[in-house]
Design a protein around this ligand. Sequence first.
Ligand code: FES
Length: 120
Amino acid sequence: MIVLEEEKEDIFRIVVQPYAASFDCGSNETLLHGSRRCGLTLFNNCQQGECGKCKVRIREGRVRLGSFMPSALNFDDLRADYTLACRSYPLSNLEIIAELSGWPEERHYSRLHEDFSSID
Ligand code: FES
C-alpha cells in the first residue's frame, strides 16, 4: 500500500502598511491572489510578472519569488527588498508596504475556505 503524504500548506499573516490592514495567505498562493481572495485589492495589472504594477516592499519576512520579467523588477528593486505580489509566495508572516485601491479602514481578513472560483 502506498500512502502519499498530503502536501501541507502553511498559512501566514500578511500585514499591509501604511493601511494596518492584514489578510491570511497560503504558502501555495501568491500575495496578490491571497489578498484578492480576502477582498483586498493590491494594485496590479498583468498578473504575470511583466508590468511591475504590483510591486510591493517587504519590510519584514521572506517570500519565494517565481519567474518575472527583468523590466518588471530589476536588481536595484531586489536589493531594496521589493518584490512582485503576483509572483511572490509567502514563506513566513510578512509586513509589506503596498498600495491598496479604495481602502477605508483597518481590518483583518481571513477567508481561506471560500470558493476561489469567483475570483477572476
Ligand atoms: S501585476 Fe504585472 S507584474 Fe504583477
